[in-house]
Structures are given as structure tokens and as C-alpha cells.
Ligand binder design. Structure first.
Ligand code: ATP
Ligand code: FE2
Length: 340
């Protein structure tokens, strides 16, 4: 194994929890030298984990090569290899883990398993300058409000069923909306919602600090099928209702923790209306609003590389025999010694 001084070195990070296969390269000082993302686009419908995993295995070589080329470094320059160990879809995670183990063994460098949710928060902080925020992480598979407390990121609230992004995607598919190449369904809903004027009553479900979107989705689809509503109004109402739920929970976490920053991340963070609503509660609580640039808000390898740096420089190494994937690895199970 190579020895390395803290402050010097390169970490390659592999992200493969769901439909994206991505490789990032970060320096120990926090520069992101590469962030190559190759998305699996299913022919129709949602993600089929095994099909996505096959895609990841097919593109892995090419994506890794492109990352080295973009970063301008060679494989032998690496100090450590990090990979997304969970949570996520089994076949997808296992493909990324296999690639990471192979690379680390071949190069004789240590391996570090990274929690995907911790990584979203860490790259968000790196890219926005936030230090200790309340984070709202909203994507196709996750809806989490979290903040640091006593050595770990604690989950203050989360979805009890489907994720916010998934709710928007399923509605868009049911409505037969069309995407341009590479355009997410959430963005299509956002565009239509801009022309919506009438608020259609839809179920708003916050239980304690947790949220539920499945009743909302069912009601929105029912309204769509029954007819009598403009699609623009339904998109607008779906957004207003769902966003109000996540914003209510974020605001309560902010009031409770008295943190001075709010970090908005995940694929849904690209939504301008959501940004506006989160910004408003941040301002009310004298907190700084930080939204993560899209390239680093969606699933990306750079976040795994950077969190790999933080973990490795604080003593974390994952021996190969402990590098099994963790499909349900919760955020608060992870110690984050680099905070505080
Ligand atoms: P994760 O594995 O973290 O759950 P993911 O695989 O869902 O992530 P992301 O790219 O983080 O991937 O998020 C995708 C989600 O973001 C989709 O549900 C998509 O519709 C949604 N999204 C993207 N752009 C927008 C937008 N402008 N408005 C609302 N939702 C959006
Ligand atoms: Fe993610």
C-alpha cells in the first residue's frame, strides 16, 4: 500500500446506486478534476435494476478512461478508490462495487465504501461553501431532511413511501407527457406547472416529521382520468402540494436545530419553484439558502470521490472482505468524524 501525506493525493469515486454510472476524481484538497456521468435510459417505464446494472458493466471501462483523461492523471497516481456502498438497488450497487474492488486490488490502493446520502451532503457543502446545513435531499429515490448532530447526520424527516421525484415521474408518465432527449420528467411537469392557475385540492400528508406521497399521486392520477381539469392546473397543484410538504418539514427542522444554512440537493433541486419556496423559509429563519449545481446535485461520481477523501483522511478503509453492498444503509448509521 502507498503511504500518503494528508493534503496530497487523488481519490477516484464510483457511483452506481441506481440508473447512473458515474466516475469522479477528487484531490485531497477538494478540487474536482473529473465528474463523468453516463445515465441508463430505459426504453420505457421505470428502472429495471438488472438492465441498469448491465448498462453499468458495459460502460464502466469507457467512463473510467474518460475520467482519467479529463483529470489529466494516470491510474498509478491514485491514492484511494471509493465506491457507493449503499443505499440503492442491489444489482447496480454490486456492479459498481465489483469495478471498485478490481481497480483497488489491481492498483494496490485502499478501498473506501461511501454512503450515498452522506456523499450528497458533502459534495453539496463543498460546492456551495455551506458548513453545517439542514439538508433537503429530494430525488427519484430519496426524500430526506437531515442535519448534523452529535457525530452523525440525523434524519429529521423522510418519506414513508415513494420519493418526491418518483411521484412527479409516475404522474408525468400516466399523463403521457413527452420528454426531449435527456430531459427529466420533473422538468416537464415544472414547465407545464408554470401555466397552471387553479389549485386543485389534493391530499397533503405530513405525519410528525415524515411525509407520504402515494395518496397524493393516486389522487392526482384519479383527477387526470376523471377529466375536467387542465393538465397545467394538475401539474401546478401536484407541485404546490408536494413541495409544501417537504418545505414544511425542512422549516421545522431548521427551527428546531437553529442551523444557519439550508442545502437543497438531489435531482428535484433543479426545480425553480421548489428553490423559491425553500429560499423563502431560509430567509424567514435568517439562514443562508444554498442550492447545489445540477451536475453535483444528481447522482455523480465526484461526490463519492470527495467523501472518499474525507473518510480516508480520517482513518476509514473498507477491507475487501467487508466491502459487501448495503442496500438499506441509513444515513444516521454513518459516523462523520470530519465534522466538528
Ligand atoms: P437517487 O438515487 O439519489 O434517488 P435518482 O436516480 O433519482 O437519484 P437524480 O438525478 O438525483 O437521480 O434525480 C432524478 C429525479 O429528479 C427525477 O425524479 C426527475 O424527474 C427529477 N427532476 C429533475 N429535474 C427536475 C425539475 N426541474 N423539477 C422537478 N423534478 C426534477
Ligand atoms: Fe442520489
Amino acid at each position: 500500500m502507498k503511504s500518503q501525506k494528508v493534503g496530497e493525493g487523488y481519490c477516484l469515486g464510483i457511483e452506481s446506486t441506481a440508473d447512473d454510472f458515474s466516475v469522479g476524481i477528487a484531490t485531497f484538497k477538494g478540487e474536482i478534476l473529473a465528474n463523468i456521468i453516463d445515465a441508463y435510459i430505459p426504453p420505457e417505464g421505470g428502472i429495471h435494476p438488472r438492465e441498469a446494472a448491465r448498462h453499468h458493466a458495459e460502460v464502466a471501462d469507457k467512463v473510467i478512461e474518460e475520467a482519467f483523461k479529463t483529470a489529466g492523471i494516470k491510474p498509478k497516481d491514485l491514492t484511494v478508490v471509493a465506491f457507493s456502498q449503499g443505499p440503492g438497488l442491489g444489482p447496480c450497487l454490486r456492479t459498481g462495487a465489483t469495478v471498485a474492488r478490481t481497480l483497488a486490488s489491481y492498483l494496490r490502493v485502499p478501498l473506501v465504501g461511501v454512503n450515498h446520502c452522506v456523499a450528497h451532503i458533502e459534495i453539496g457543502k463543498l460546492k456551495t461553501g455551506a458548513v453545517d446545513p439542514v439538508t433537503l435531499y429530494v430525488s427519484g429515490g430519496n426524500t430526506i431532511v437531515a442535519a448534523f448532530d452529535a457525530g452523525r447526520y440525523r434524519v429529521f424527516g423522510e418519506t414513508l413511501d415513494i420519493a418526491l421525484g418518483n411521484c412527479l415521474d409516475v404522474f408525468a408518465r400516466e399523463a403521457g407527457l413527452r420528454q426531449k432527449a435527456g430531459e427529466p420528467f420533473g422538468a416537464v411537469v415544472e414547465k407545464l406547472a408554470k401555466s397552471g392557475k387553479r389549485l386543485v385540492p389534493l391530499p397533503y400528508t405530513v405525519k410528525g416529521m415524515d411525509m407520504s406521497f402515494s395518496g397524493l399521486l393516486t389522487a392526482a392520477i384519479k383527477a387526470l382520468r376523471e377529466g375536467g381539469y387542465k393538465l397545467e392546473d394538475l401539474c401546478y397543484s401536484l407541485q404546490e402540494t408536494a413541495f409544501s410538504m417537504v418545505v414544511e418539514v425542512t422549516e421545522r427542522a431548521l427551527a428546531h436545530t437553529e442551523k444557519r444554512e439550508v442545502l437543497l440537493t438531489g435531482g428535484v433541486a433543479a426545480n425553480k419553484r421548489l428553490q423559491e419556496m425553500v429560499r423563502a423559509i431560509a430567509e424567514e429563519h435568517n439562514a443562508k439558502f444554498c442550492t447545489v449545481p445540477s451536475e453535483y446535485a444528481i447522482d455523480n461520481g465526484a461526490m463519492i470521490a470527495w467523501t472518499g477523501v474525507l473518510a480516508f483522511t480520517h482513518g476509514a478503509i473498507t477491507p475487501i472482505e467487508e466491502s459487501f453492498v448495503r442496500l438499506r444503509w441509513r444515513l444516521e448509521e454513518v459516523e462523520v468524524p470530519w465534522m466538528g
